[in-house]
Design a binder for this molecule. Structure first.
Ligand SMILES: NC(=O)c1ccc[n+]([C@@H]2O[C@H](COP(=O)([O-])OP(=O)(O)OC[C@H]3O[C@@H](n4cnc5c(N)ncnc54)[C@H](OP(=O)(O)O)[C@@H]3O)[C@@H](O)[C@H]2O)c1
Length: 372
């Protein structure tokens, strides 16, 4: 039992919190919900907590000698939550950390330096909703950083409603999926992964168990701007996590065609994290959400364990792919694992981005015209 060791000398407020956690945990584990697990903010929160308390076998342990001295790790969304905590731990373990962020320059970098005692922390600006910005990031990596050993695609957003990017695309689709496809492929095209360090380059995607929620792919109107409000945003989030996880599996197949893997392509769900992910939830629910997050969700430091494990551990050295939920190994959803879906998603995305390039070159926007 996780909450058994209650300290009798603890202050009453602490005991009340423990009681609240035990009661709610009991209620959560004894209410059988038939709804889709992560289809709206309520079921997503409740099921995130339930998942946390299911018994699972640990994949392994992070060891003190799982170090990254001499390795370069690029992490997106390192200004907040899980990304910031991961950046600190990777820096502590000796990596040169490159924080690719939209905000928090320079103060979040200073925070990482202070927490880790490392001076090899760099910050580069990127707005993942803007393809020019991603191109600039890759150019900066080429000129100022050099080849990287580890890429952690961590940044994501849960938008309260559908918003358009500069290119007229839906923001959550762009940031949570398309930008990752674009960034990874640009880094590969520019040959910016270090393949001669003696260990495989690692590409890690921070996914979510909500990738299991969607029933099917929306092939017929892929990338078409769809209007949605708060009630549908968690559902859309799960769909983009499905796209990202399918991409991760396909990427591993494409990068590792032979018997011996050349890249490690990992994905994971960190479980519920007490981060800023719900920042766009209605103001009226913010105090309650903050309380629930604080009581039930794990701190970014604790939740970053599987990210750090996949980035550093010798246990996974030489593996072509893996998926962790918390610290347990799991299969990704069948839809994400299906090579047919992976191939189709890759081709559809490539085609979509070619239209975008055409837009950039000709200044007409074919993407907006695809709206129904
Ligand atoms: N929190 C959870 O319960 C949970 C559960 C499962 C999976 N995850 C996943 O964990 C990852 C980290 O999320 P978090 O929980 O740590 O949330 P968070 O605190 O909100 O952090 C999200 C990060 O993404 C960055 N970001 C958002 N839009 C961006 C853009 N357009 N360009 C560049 N960066 C952008 C944010 O930058 P700014 O600070 O500038 O906004 C921030 O650094 C995400 O992939 C999320 O889906 C979270």
């Amino acid at each position: 039992m996780i909450f058994c060791h209650q300290d009798s000398k603890a202050p009453r407020s602490t005991n009340n919190l423990v009681f609240l956690r035990v009661s709610l945990t009991w209620w959560l584990t004894h209410t059988g919900m038939k709804q889709k697990k992560y289809s709206n903010p309520f079921t997503a929160t409740v099921n995130g907590i339930r998942d946390l308390f299911r018994k699972k076998e640990r994949v392994g342990e992070l060891k003190p000698d799982d170090r990254l001295d001499g390795k370069k790790a690029l992490i997106t969304g390192a200004s907040s939550g899980l990304g910031l905590a991961t950046a600190k731990e990777l820096a502590r373990r000796g990596a040169e950390v490159i924080m690719a962020v939209r905000s928090g320059i320079p103060e979040k970098g200073e925070e990482v330096k202070e927490a880790s005692g490392s001076e090899t922390v760099k910050m580069l600006h990127v707005d993942l909703s803007d393809f020019d910005s991603i191109k600039n990031l890759v150019e900066k990596i080429r000129t100022d950083i050099g080849k990287i050993d580890i890429l952690i695609c961590n940044a994501a957003v849960v938008s309260k409603k559908a918003r358009r990017t500069k290119a007229g695309l839906e923001e959550m689709f762009t940031v949570n999926y398309l930008a990752k496809f674009y960034l990874v492929n640009l880094l590969l095209k520019e040959d910016l992964f270090n393949k001669s360090s003696g260990s495989l380059p690692r590409i890690i995607f921070v996914s979510s168990e909500s990738h299991r929620n969607p029933e099917k792919f929306e092939w017929d109107d892929f990338g078409v701007f769809k209007d949605y409000g708060m009630g549908k945003s968690v559902e859309r989030y799960g769909y983009y996590k499905l796209l990202m996880t399918t991409f991760a599996r396909e990427l591993s197949r494409r990068l590792n065609p032979g018997r011996h893997p050349e890249f490690s392509v990992f994905a994971l769900c960190p479980g519920p994290v007490n981060s800023n992910i719900a920042r766009e939830a209605p103001a009226i629910f913010q105090p309650l959400l903050k309380l629930v997050f604080k009581i039930f969700f794990r701190s970014p430091e604790t939740a970053s364990e599987p990210v750090v494990y996949l980035a550093c551990s010798k246990d996974v050295e030489g593996k072509g792919s893996d998926y962790l939920f918390l610290m347990s190994r799991k299969e990704v959803d069948d839809k994400a694992d299906d090579p047919e879906n992976g191939k189709r998603l890759w081709e559809v995305t490539e085609h979509f981005l070619l239209k975008y390039e055409k837009y950039m070159n000709q200044r007409v926007n074919p993407l907006v015209h695809t709206e129904k």
